[in-house]
Design a protein around this ligand. Structure first.
Ligand code: NAD
Length: 279
C-alpha cells in the first residue's frame, strides 16, 4: 500500500462557513496553518495568530485573502493574559466579532522525568493548557455578549481545542506534554458542560502522528517512518490537511449537535494496534 498519499484535496465546500469569523492560534506553521487555510477555503474570515515568524504568518493571511475572504496576522503569545485579551479586543474591533476559535498553539520540551526542569514543565503547561484556557475564556465572553445570529450559525460560537492522542495515551519522556493534553481534555469537557446552555459548542480534535515541524524526527527518515507506521493501522502518516478537514467540519452547522466530544483523527492509533496480534 502507498503510505505517502495524504489527505484528499479540494473537498472543502466553499460556502460552508460563509460570514463567520475564525481565529486560529499558532497558525503560521503545521496544523494551524493548514486549518487557517481550510477555514478560509470554507468561506470564513480568518485571523492568523503567531508568536514568532511574522513573515510566515503574513504569507498564510495573504493566501487566505486570495480566496476572497478577509484575513490578517496578529502577534500574541497565548500564554500571556494581557496579549490574549488584546488580541481578542483587536479582532472584535477589526472583524466585528468571533464565531470560531481554534486553540491550536502548542509545543514540546521533551526530557526524561529526572532530567526535566521546572522551566520545561512550566513552559509546556503555560502554552498548551493555560494558553487554550485564556483564548477560550476570551472567546466565550464575546460569544455570550453577541449570542446566536441565525443567519450566521445555529450556535453562538464554537471552540475547538487542539488536543492529541496523548490526552489518553501515556508518553514516556514527555510527561509535561501528555499532562498538558490530558488537562486539555478535561478543560474542554468542563467548558462544554458549562457553556452548552448558551449555545456555545466546545469540542476537541486529537491528532495522531501528523507531518509537521513539531515531530520531524518521527517521520523524517525512512527508518523512523517505518517505526511510526507500526503504530498506525491505517498505514499512512497524517498530514495537516487531515486535521484541517476535521476542524472545518466540526466548526460547521453540519456538526451542530456535537458538544463536548473529542474527534480522534489518528489513522486508528488509539485502537492500540499492538494488541492486533497479541494480548
Ligand atoms: P508546529 O510546531 O508546526 O506548530 C505549533 C504552532 O504553535 C507554531 O506556529 C508555533 O509558533 C505556535 N506557538 C508555540 N508557542 C506559542 C505561543 N506561546 N503563542 C502562540 N503560538 C505559539 O506543530 P503542529 O504539529 O502544527 O502543532 C499544532 C498543535 O497540534 C499543537 O497543539 C500540537 O500539540 C498538536 N498536535 C500535533 C501533532 C502532530 O503529530 N504534529 C499530534 C498531536 C497534536
Amino acid at each position: 500500500m502507498d503510505s505517502t498519499v495524504g489527505a484528499p484535496q479540494g473537498v472543502i465546500p466553499a460556502r460552508l462557513l460563509h460570514g463567520q469569523k475564525a481565529l486560529v492560534t499558532g497558525a503560521n506553521s503545521g496544523i494551524g496553518k493548514a486549518t487557517a487555510i481550510g477555514l478560509g477555503r470554507a468561506g470564513a474570515d480568518v485571523v492568523v495568530n503567531y508568536v514568532a515568524g511574522r513573515e510566515a504568518a503574513e504569507e498564510v493571511a495573504a493566501e487566505i485573502a486570495s480566496f476572497g475572504v478577509r484575513s490578517a496576522a496578529y502577534e500574541a503569545d497565548v500564554s500571556q493574559e494581557d496579549q490574549v485579551v488584546a488580541m481578542m479586543d483587536r479582532m472584535v474591533r477589526e472583524f466585528g466579532t468571533i464565531d470560531i476559535l481554534v486553540a491550536n498553539a502548542g509545543l514540546q520540551r521533551d526530557a526524561s522525568v529526572t532530567e526535566m526542569t521546572l522551566a520545561q514543565w512550566q513552559k509546556v503547561i503555560d502554552v498548551n493548557l493555560t494558553g487554550q484556557f485564556l483564548c477560550a475564556r476570551e472567546a466565550a465572553k464575546e460569544f455570550r455578549r453577541r449570542g446566536v445570529v441565525p443567519d450566521v450559525s445555529r450556535s453562538a460560537g464554537k471552540i475547538i481545542c487542539m488536543s492529541s492522542v496523548h490526552q489518553i495515551i501515556p508518553w514516556a519522556g514527555h510527561v509535561n506534554y501528555a499532562s498538558s493534553k490530558g488537562g486539555v481534555q478535561m478543560m474542554m469537557q468542563t467548558l462544554a458542560q458549562e457553556l452548552a446552555p448558551e449555545k456555545i459548542r466546545v469540542n476537541a480534535v486529537a491528532p495522531g502522528a501528523i507531518k509537521t515541524p513539531i515531530n520531524r524526527a518521527a517521520w523524517e527518515t525512512p527508518e523512523a517512518q517505518k517505526d511510526l507506521l507500526r503504530l498506525i493501522p491505517y498505514d499512512r502518516v497524517g498530514d495537516p490537511d487531515d486535521i484541517a478537514h476535521a476542524v472545518v467540519a466540526l466548526a460547521s452547522d453540519l456538526m451542530d449537535y456535537v458538544v463536548g466530544t473529542t474527534l480522534y483523527v489518528d489513522g486508528g492509533m488509539t485502537l492500540f494496534p499492538g494488541f492486533a496480534t497479541g494480548g
